[in-house]
Design a protein around this ligand. Structure first.
Ligand SMILES: *Cc1c(COP(=O)(O)O)cnc(C)c1O
Length: 426
């Protein structure tokens, strides 16, 4: 074909008609999810809702709005008497497919997708809080989560208290007063502390609180907080769910209909932290390979943690599957495997840690995580730079601490890279 000879001509194909939410799916092109399907099948198939074009892959609906057959139909839609797409800040076919696939995987009734992990954290808390409410959270949190709890909420009259998440007595004391929400992260960033989700949930429920778990580090494959008693699970889909460093996104998962109708749905609709349809499409493709990737991330991480723990220049290796981890037994009860992250302390403080990072020939320096590419960061000078020396000490974030997000490269190449970079320290 001559260059430029390929001209797109509109075909006589029927217009694409989306199978709207609530309509009977056409069995031939949309095979309904079966309850008997196992989780890997749901990760590939769940939520798929093909248009009249009968596409194999999920359709990408880059549209902000939708058209109505008549003013009567628009009136019914706005009255809530006809279930259909109205505006992409409320719902969109591609985002709806992503939300349904996530909900199926987590065994949750509802999933609400957000623009980022942080908008998921913010919306899941703010939608239900008002001045005078009380929030209790674990201290070892992702930096921006700590900002919301510590700096932002008190500005709006919400009382917040931070506890050492691994100390159940501190939770007991903090939850001896009525509390609206509990927020925790396990394993925590970057020291991989493990919090007992079942025990904290029981105390929180007795205090009247909803429990929100930031499950980003474990991923939905390794840990199911709702099965352990949590009410709400949130993800930064930016991390393992995309897993290839392309887009930002977040999700909020839960079963409680009144939390959806009275709190989260109006908050999302009117404040607008919605996911982009393009990002939802990318994340749908990420979910198809999530389990495969997580298993490989974990086996690579296990080998590297074992290797690092045996190195003379490494004074501490933190990985939940190692016997030396302070909450090893709890981690093995609560998680299927040790996870994708390994943290370790290089002898000699910040200078040695920097020399090690500068000597790496394969692993990149980046504060992102959960990527196919192995990424490493120095928490004390990056993600946790904002904290005071005392706060960092309390969290165990020492000057020599390095956080490694183990990728999908050949694990022997990774191990050789760590070995030569540690060797440069002598
Ligand atoms: C990355 C991350 C977040 C925030 O997610 P974004 O998608 O970057 O907004 C929240 N919690 C944890 C544990 C994270 O790793």
């Amino acid at each position: 074909m001559r260059a430029g000879a390929f001209v797109f001509t509109p075909t006589k194909a029927p217009p694409l008609v989306v199978l709207l939410l609530g309509e009977e799916p056409k069995m031939a092109i949309n095979k309904p999810v079966q309850d008997t399907w196992r989780s890997q099948t749901k990760l590939v198939r769940g939520g798929t809702n093909r248009s009249a074009a009968a596409e194999t892959s999920e359709g990408l609906f880059l549209t902000s709005g939708y058209v109505y057959e008549s003013p009567q139909e628009a009136e019914l839609a706005f009255k809530g008497e006809k279930d259909r797409f109205i505006y992409s800040r409320y719902a969109n076919p591609t985002i709806a497919m992503f939300e349904e696939r996530m909900a199926l995987m987590e065994d949750a009734k509802y999933c609400v997708a957000t623009a980022s992990g942080m908008s998921a954290v913010f919306a899941s808390l703010l939608c239900q809080l008002q001045a005078g409410d009380r929030v209790v959270a674990s201290r070892a949190l992702f930096g921006s989560c700590l900002y919301i709890i510590n700096d932002l909420l008190p500005r709006y009259g919400v009382e917040t208290e931070l506890v050492n998440g691994t100390d159940i007595e501190q939770w007991e004391a903090a939850l001896s007063r009525p509390t609206k929400a509990v927020f925790l992260e396990t394993p925590s960033n970057p020291t991989l502390d493990i919090i007992d989700i079942a025990a904290v949930s029981e105390l929180a429920h007795a205090a009247g609180a909803r429990v929100i778990v930031d499950n980003v580090f474990a991923s939905p494959i390794l840990q199911k907080p709702m099965a352990l008693g949590a009410d709400i699970v949130m993800y930064s889909a930016t991390k393992h769910i995309d897993g290839q460093g392309r887009v930002l996104g977040g999700t909020i998962l839960f079963d409680d209909t009144s939390y959806l109708e009275d709190h989260l749905k109006p908050f999302m609709r009117h404040t607008g932290p919605c996911l982009s349809p393009f990002n939802a499409w990318t994340l749908l493709k990420g979910l198809e390979t999530l389990e495969l990737r997580i298993r490989r991330h974990c086996s690579n991480a296990r080998q590297l943690a074992t290797f690092l723990a045996a190195q003379p220049g490494v004074s501490r290796t933190i990985y939940p599957e190692l016997d030396s981890h302070p909450q090893h037994d709890l981690a093995m009860r609560q998680m299927e495997e040790g996870g994708t992250m390994v943290s370790f302390e290089v002898d000699g403080g910040k200078d040695s840690a920097f020399r090690f990072l500068n000597a790496l020939k394969l692993v990149d320096i980046s504060n992102n995580l959960g990527d196919a590419k192995s990424l490493t960061t120095h928490p004390a000078t990056t993600t946790h730079q904002r904290l005071s020396d005392e706060e960092r000490d309390a969290l165990g974030i020492t000057p020599g601490l390095v956080r490694l997000s183990v990728g999908l490269e050949d694990v022997n190449d990774l191990q050789e890279d760590l070995a030569q970079a540690l060797g440069s320290n002598h």
